[in-house]
Ligand binder design. Structure first.
Ligand SMILES: Cc1cc2nc3c(=O)[nH]c(=O)nc-3n(C[C@H](O)[C@H](O)[C@H](O)COP(=O)(O)O)c2cc1C
Length: 166
């Protein structure tokens, strides 16, 4: 297995250290290299680094408190006008996010993927807080930064979840 896949974990405490812009662009390049239905690439990325806005996100959901210490949040949005079937937006953005998480490990960074959609209430909260115009739909907020915590690695391989249909 790739070391980055094996060692990726959700990080919820970060040190106060900025991420070089070139590194952020590498993460976004990895994200945009993901597969997408009909190659529609409906993902859009808003990079949020202002302390006020990061603190604001930490208040928008009880599950996003880690944004308080994160130096960066990548807001992943889907452009609903770029897809033929809206159901695929979540697949496409999730593939992009996972690429971003794995590349972040490669760059020595920690991340935490936080869902916004499909909760209509959370979508609305983010739309209002960030003046997100239609047809953009906020899908997830990803905290990114240098980790300030260490967690034991867990091997989740479970044979009972596999069936070989030969
Ligand atoms: C779609 C999705 C939504 C998630 N939302 C949150 C969230 O709102 N807040 C949070 O702290 N973690 C969130 N997580 C992270 C999961 O809690 C985490 O991946 C899971 O507990 C496994 O831990 P690991 O990432 O360290 O392997 C989310 C993960 C996914 C894939």
């Amino acid at each position: 297995m790739l070391k980055e896949i094996e060692t990726r974990q959700s990080i919820r405490r970060y040190v106060s250290r900025e991420i070089p812009e070139a590194v952020l662009k590498t993460l976004l390049r990895a994200a945009m290299n993901a597969p997408s239905a009909r190659n529609e690439q409906c993902w859009r990325f808003w990079v949020i680094r202002s302390r006020d806005r990061l603190d604001q996100i930490s208040e928008l959901s009880p599950y996003m408190k880690m944004m308080k210490s994160a130096p960066c949040c990548i807001l992943v949005l889907a452009d609903a006008s770029a897809v033929l079937a809206s159901e695929y937006m979540y697949y496409d953005c999730s593939a992009a996010i996972e690429n971003l998480l794995i590349e972040a490990v490669h760059q020595g960074l920690g991340t935490c993927w936080c869902a916004i959609g499909p909760s209509l209430e959370r979508i609305q909260n983010f739309k209002e807080a960030f003046s997100i115009p239609a047809p953009l739909v906020p899908i997830s907020a990803v905290a990114v930064g240098y980790a300030d915590e260490e967690k034991p690695l867990v091997d989740r391989y479970d044979e009972t979840k596999i069936r070989f249909l030969d």
